[in-house]
Ligand binder design. Structure first.
Ligand code: IMP
Length: 434
């Protein structure tokens, strides 16, 4: 059974963003909404993202391909702001084909999107290894080095270069040789040979060529023709390069970069849905004031299956941080919240919500923009009573236990944004709209 989405009304062009440190369940929301849209667009990040979607008994995991791919009429776009690992993308296309999903007319890839090369992944790993206990805990997918080369401009390769064999043959040796000099001097790395990379990437290009086009033009035309656009943000606001907990962030503007990453102005959007868990998680290093490094954190991890989709790493777990959530909502201009994994909180006697921090002897309800300050901020909690009932079969907000409703109301009041969807399980039907 599909959930009743009519309570959401007409959404218009919509952006879906993660409001915490990633893994909030954006994939499920996008999958549910895509039926109402003509285009599903990824505009940032790369295969560091992991979206999982469950349809019936089948579980799909995506890293690059938009979750909207499961809807037959929806065109899926990897726009210019995405960094594309062609090997990973071809694997995902093949895996979906193996599950009976043919992407021929459904997938469009920007010719301006940058390509992740083997040395980006190597550099990511070597740099993390060198940093030791100062490491960022990246996904080792080459995201940072690829975006860095994009900003540097020399040494970057775009999809248009990849699919043009002559260009690939002339650019790759220069790029690889320059990178070898750098990696050898910095990390004592073995030099990479360009020829096998050329062969492997040429093979990928064969498969991807038919999907590559000018996606800015495609999306502009779609917008002019009143086609419905759904933008699927990867990663999350607290990992945003400018507005997240720098340097413990990813290398794209995951909360705020939509117009740069897709070539469509923010004015095209009528709804911005922010996705948050009913508690908090984080993978990788960085400050996390409400982290519970104890039995509560372990309980959340087990009940919420909190292990990374991309790396399998156990996620750090803790109480919902309303200060951070309100900050993320404001930075992105969120018009409605989607609260995920509320069912995981069933059976806990009391629930804590962080409503302020104490830092350097001061009390503040503001989110410190500096990771060093945040790491020293002590959360100030409000405690609400929990509930014992299982929520997995609840289909209406009004039918939730009174204490669960109170929890939702407190979130809305603090963040000053309405909750539009509540998720109580992985399946599509385990979703309430409000
Ligand atoms: P990178 O994006 O691989 O460079 O990793 C930088 C930081 O962002 C690390 O802490 C990662 O764990 C985190 N990160 C990147 N993408 C995601 C995501 O989609 N979910 C959760 N964490 C992420």
């Amino acid at each position: 059974m599909e959930p009743d989405l009519s309570a959401l009304g007409h959404l218009g062009n919509t952006s879906v963003v993660g409001l915490q440190w990633g893994d909030e369940g954006k994939g499920k929301i996008v999958d549910l909404l895509t039926g109402q849209f003509d285009y599903a667009v990824r505009w940032n990040g790369g295969s560091n993202a992991g979206h999982s979607v469950q349809v019936g008994a089948v579980k799909y995991a995506f890293h690059l391909i938009p979750s909207g791919i499961l809807h037959p009429h929806c065109i899926c776009v990897l726009a210019n702001g995405v960094v594309i690992d062609p090997i990973q993308l071809v694997q995902e296309i093949d895996a979906l084909a193996g599950q009976g999903l043919e992407l021929r007319d459904k997938l469009r890839i920007s010719s301006q999107a940058h390509v992740v090369l083997p040395h980006h992944k190597l550099q990511d790993q070597l740099s993390e290894g060198r940093l030791g206990n100062q490491r960022l805990g990246t996904t080792a997918r080459g995201i940072g080095p690829c975006y860095a080369d994009k900003a540097l401009r020399a040494g970057a390769l775009r999809m248009a270069d990849l699919i043009d064999e002559d260009r690939l043959r002339s650019r790759l040796p220069v790029i690889v040789s320059e990178k070898n000099r750098l990696l050898q001097r910095l990390y004592d790395a073995e030099p990479l040979a360009w020829e096998p990379i050329f062969e492997q990437y040429r093979g990928c290009a064969e498969q991807l060529r038919e999907h590559v086009c000018d996606t800015t033009d495609l999306l502009q035309e779609a917008w002019r023709n009143h086609r419905r656009l759904l933008f699927e943000g990867a990663n999350a606001v607290l990992l945003d390069l400018d507005h997240g907990t720098f340097p413990f962030v990813t290398s794209s503007n995951c909360g705020t970069g939509l117009s740069a990453g897709a070539g469509v102005p923010g004015a095209a959007l009528t709804s911005i849905l922010g996705v948050a868990k009913a508690y908090c998680t984080r993978v990788g290093a960085g400050p996390f004031p409400t982290e519970q490094n104890n039995a509560i954190g372990e309980h959340l991890r087990q009940r919420g299956h909190e292990y990374g989709t991309t790396t399998g790493r156990p996620r750090r777990c803790g109480w919902l941080d309303l200060v951070a959530l309100r900050y993320a909502v404001r930075v992105c201009g969120v018009t409605g919240l989607c609260l995920m994994l509320l069912d995981v909180l069933s059976g806990m006697d009391a629930l804590r919500l962080c409503t302020a921090y104490r830092h350097a002897g001061r009390y503040t309800e503001g989110f410190p923009p500096d990771a060093y300050d945040l790491a020293r901020a002590e959360p100030v909690y409000e405690t609400l009573p929990g509930w014992s009932e299982s929520l997995e079969d609840t289909t209406r907000r009004a039918d939730l236990p009174a204490n669960a409703r109170r929890y939702l109301e407190r979130i809305e009041a603090f963040v000053q944004t309405p909750i539009r969807m509540v998720s109580v399980g992985a399946a599509r039907h385990q979703t309430m709209t409000c």
